[in-house]
Design a protein around this ligand. Structure first.
Ligand code: ADP
Ligand code: MG
Ligand code: MG
Length: 892
């Protein structure tokens, strides 16, 4: 590699540049945009960029630089001296530079920058004479020593801060601006002494040695601990490397006509089309964010709104501000996006030091995209691409009013976003009863289990003291769009006493608390909320998204409340209605248990006859809401023991409540116990053993369909789905049963049920034999939760214990239960699609696992040509947007 002639350095400044913003990978974001701005003729101090390839080569070769780099730096420096009209290390006219890191993706605060490099005792004197401002020269010098020592020599900031603080205290100074040239000279001497004491060598005086040190430090900072962690968290590959920018200094600390500042071309928090920024007079870059002095506003309007007396830049430096304002517009038009800009004013002359697409909240992203499309700056498709689908989550839930007062009680994991308040309850039944009485309740439990579903549904929010982000409470709450805080370990729940305690504070049942699922915080009392805004910009962007997408978006929902929510969010059908969730209500579970305890078909049919009216009513409600949208209803899926009580206590309670004998309950629960329930007696296997269960469900569906058609005149579009099929004859067997029920219902109601019958593809064997399965199935719905479990041979419920080790060691890139494994599980899907279509060209194809709401997985579904994705109600808008982005990218 070292023999090849590569260009390691790209120069910019003086109205032109070697590179431009298309070279972001090579020059880093900062370097590429500095080059681009220079070419646009904007006032950018000249400089040069050492490419990211230098960084990669540096790490590939045991932290040594490529051959020939020194010579390239020499000539780049010479060129820079020429452009700047100053000389590096020349006391009579010294060139000072900044050495700035800059990766491809911005990593704010992760890497280092050194300013004012090139100063030593001689050049500082020179700078003082040349500028006629001795104070400025020594202010710059002390800044340099502190920054360089911290970044390059590893002498901590605090060493210098202490010296300065002591000096200010001794001399009764408050602000840095009160220190004179003489004061700074004293400080500089003290700083140098401190470096000699805290480091093995004195502070380097040779500018070229200083430059080498800074370069090493910036390239070295690519692999520092915090940068590594940041990259891991943001999926940035270590191989990208950082560029290093060496740039002539301009000085915002040269007196009252000098300043430094940062600006967003639009408000990054609300998206309002108005410049938003701050500046400081007589200061250098980092002062604005360091919080040493309070910065001033850029515009008069903002200043007035904030009731600030300090003049805005618009007022203090009207001419410079007018130029700056023009540049804002120019940059925004050029980059066609909101810009985040850093600038400096040196004695009335404006310089731009950085521009990049500004980070923004979801709300701002939405507004900016819609406004820019409305103004014709970008197309509607581009607007759709500008908003991160997952970020919509922030907009769909009520949130805590940021201005409101609150009293923090305890903190746990942010398991499901949104905020809610309500009265504390400790059991699911209590939650349901109080909710039915019209109270808002928060369900507080150590952990939740499937038996708590009715209480979880009734609750405004859920808090658990145990369990992580993939615990039962977290998964179910996210599915329902209910705010949830998990694993609040400082909370001790004393259910028997009807209270919980946190650090000595007692909270009784019935007291009001507020839960913020986005931050994991729980507050005492009722905090103020802000409701989500789903009209306006949101509606516009969604309209554009719906126009662009090919995939339909359905929802996984079974309660009328969730179905309605999903419909309001734009669901075009139900992709998965899990009938078993309807069995947990107190009045039904008794009949369900009776059915399970029955010894024979007759006993079971008797119990099923009690359940059926409930099921029919459930379907009636759902069909009414969904009108002409298709509804896929899955017949019973989980193993029967999930409906039985487990602990001796529970058994006693159930026995008392239902009159069923406790010993029989115990015995049946023991009979039904399975070593490996995930692969056990569940799904269509239950239908094979107890066809009467599936027949009852089919009857309920068809009778509900007839009833709703009679009532509304619209025939509900019914899709009956058989779960966990592995071999075609299973489906054939059960289809015959369902078809027979349909005939029977026709006789009874006079209306012939119209329905499609299909299956979930959630076992590898079904995927591989999809051609055979499709003989009996009019649709496939990929149940990718189980398909992932069975393809990996990995239990989702147990994997939480070790999945992190897999992710930490880069064995799994991502949790395969969150983002679809496209190479493995995806291959099975592709096979099933191809083979299924071979048998039945118009077979309807969808996905209903949790992946149906994950943008990357949705992209895969779009590419694979599925007809729809189905996800939990609160993910519906996210899926609509992700599906649109997928379609737009496919066309590009
Ligand atoms: P970061 O990536 O942390 O923002 P930068 O490299 O942008 O670091 O530097 C931080 C600040 O230092 C800039 O915003 C600017 O105010 C100041 N700065 C950097 N280079 C120069 C320069 N050549 N002249 C004057 N100030 C500079
Ligand atoms: Mg910066
Ligand atoms: Mg399944």
């Amino acid at each position: 590699m070292s023999g090849s002639k590569r260009k390691w350095i790209y120069a910019f400044g003086g109205g032109s540049a070697d590179g431009d913003s298309s070279l972001k990978n090579l020059l880093g974001g900062k370097g590429a945009n500095l080059a681009e701005m220079a070419s646009l003729g904007l006032p950018v101090p000249p400089g040069f960029t050492l490419t990211t390839e230098v960084c990669t080569a540096y790490y590939d070769n045991d932290r040594t630089y490529p051959d020939g780099l020194t010579a390239e730096i020499d000539s780049a420096l010479a060129e820079l001296e020429e452009k700047a009209g100053k000389k590096f290390g020349d006391p009579s006219n010294p060139l000072l530079v900044s050495v700035r890191s800059g990766a491809r993706a911005s990593m704010p605060g992760m890497m280092d920058t050194v300013l004012n490099l090139g100063l030593n005792d001689e050049t500082a004197e020179g700078l003082a004479i040349l500028s006629g401002d001795r104070r400025f020269a020594f202010d710059s010098y002390r800044r340099f020593i502190q920054m360089y020592s911290d970044v390059v020599l590893g002498v901590s900031h605090s060493v210098f801060e202490e010296i300065l603080d002591d000096y200010k205290a001794e001399n009764d100074f408050n602000l840095d601006t009160e220190l004179s040239a003489d004061d700074w000279e004293v400080i500089v001497a003290a700083y140098k002494k401190a470096v000699a004491e805290n480091h093995d060598r004195p502070f380097p005086t040779d500018p070229r040695e200083q430059l080498n040190g800074a370069m090493d430090a910036v390239f070295g900072s690519w692999m520092n601990e915090r940068a590594n962690t940041y990259r891991r968290l943001h999926d940035i590959p270590h191989s990208w490397g950082t560029a290093v920018n060496v740039q002539a200094m301009v000085f915002g600390n040269m007196g009252e006509k000098s300043a430094t500042g940062v600006a967003f071309t639009r408000n990054p928090s609300t998206g309002e089309n108005r410049v938003y920024g701050e500046f400081l007079i007589n200061a250098q870059g980092e002062d604005v964010v360091a919080g040493i002095r309070t910065p001033q506003n850029l515009t008069k309007k903002t200043r007035e709104e904030m009731g600030d007396d300090m003049p805005s830049m618009e007022e203090a430096m009207p001419e410079v501000y007018a130029d700056l304002d023009k540049i804002f517009t120019r940059l925004e038009t050029h980059y066609r996006d909101m810009q985040d800009i850093e600038f400096t004013v040196e004695q009335g002359n404006l310089y731009l030091l950085q521009t990049r697409n500004g980070k923004r909240t979801a709300r701002a992203a939405l507004r900016i995209a819609v406004d820019m499309a409305a103004d014709g700056l970008i197309t509607e498709d581009e607007a759709v691409l500008r908003v991160e689908p997952a970020s919509l989550d922030q907009l769909l839930h009520p949130t805590l009013d940021p201005e409101g007062e609150r009293d923090l009680l305890v903190k746990g994991l942010p398991a499901s976003p949104g905020a809610a308040w309500g009265k504390v309850v400790f059991t699911a039944d209590d939650a349901r009863d109080m909710a039915q009485a019209g109270e808002k309740v928060i369900l507080v439990r150590t952990e939740t289990s499937p038996e708590d579903i009715h209480g979880m549904h009734a609750a405004e929010a859920i808090v658990t003291s145990r369990g992580g982000m993939t615990s039962h409470a977290a998964v179910v709450a996210r599915g329902m769009g209910t705010p949830c805080v998990c694993g609040a370990g400082d909370m001790r729940i004393e259910e028997a006493q009807g209270r919980f305690t946190v650090a000595g504070r007692k909270v009784q049942r019935g007291e009001i608390i507020t839960v913020d699922g986005a931050t994991g915080q729980v507050f005492m009392g009722q905090a103020k909320m802000v409701q989500p805004e789903l009209s306006g910009d949101f509606a516009r962007l969604m309209e554009w998204a719906d126009r662009a997408r090919k995939l339909k978006v359905r929802t996984n929902a079974e309660t009328p409340h969730d179905v309605q929510t999903a419909k309001d969010f734009g669901a075009e059908g139900i992709g998965l209605c899990r009938t078993e969730h309807m069995f947990f209500d107190a009045d039904r579970i008794a009949a369900v248990r009776e059915m399970i305890l029955a010894d024979d078909v007759e006993g079971r049919e008797k119990a099923l006859a009690k359940i059926q009216p409930y099921q029919t009513d459930d379907f009636v409600e759902i069909f009414r809401i969904m009108e002409d949208r298709p509804c896929t209803i899955r017949l019973l899926d989980p193993p029967l023991h999930e409906f039985l009580p487990h602990t001796e206590e529970d058994v006693q309670a159930v026995a008392e409540a239902t009159g069923l004998p406790a010993d029989q309950l115990m015995k049946r629960a023991a009979d039904l116990h399975e070593t490996n329930p995930m692969l056990g007696h569940r799904g269509c296997r239950l239908g094979v053993t107890f066809p009467e269960i599936y027949e009852m469900q089919a009857r309920a569906i068809f009778e509900a369909q007839a009833a709703v058609e009679k009532e509304t005149g619209v025939q509900p579009l019914v899709e009956v789905m058989i779960p966990l099929v592995s071999i075609a004859p299973e489906l054939k067997f059960l289809k015959q049963r369902v078809d027979a029920v349909a005939k029977e219902v026709t006789g009874k109601t006079g209306v012939a049920p119209k329905y499609m019958l299909g299956t979930m593809i959630e076992l590898p064997r079904a995927a591989l034999t999809a051609d055979e399965v499709a003989e009996h199935a009019e649709f496939f719905s990929f149940g990718t939760n189980d398909l992932t479990q069975t393809t990996y041979g990995l239990s989702r419920d147990d994997s939480g214990k070790f999945l992190n080790d897999y992710i930490k060691n880069n064995i799994y890139e991502k949790d395969p239960f969150v983002s679809l494994d496209q190479t493995g599980v995806g291959a099975l899907i592709e096979i099933a699609v191809e083979r299924g279509r071979k048998t039945r060209g118009d077979i309807k194809l969808g996905i209903c696992g949790e992946h149906g709401g994950d943008p990357a997985s949705i992209r895969f579904c779009s590419k694979t040509g599925l007809d729809y994705v189905s996800c939990s109600p609160y993910r519906v808008p996210i899926a609509r947007l992700a599906a649109a982005q997928a379609a737009i990218s496919e066309n590009q």
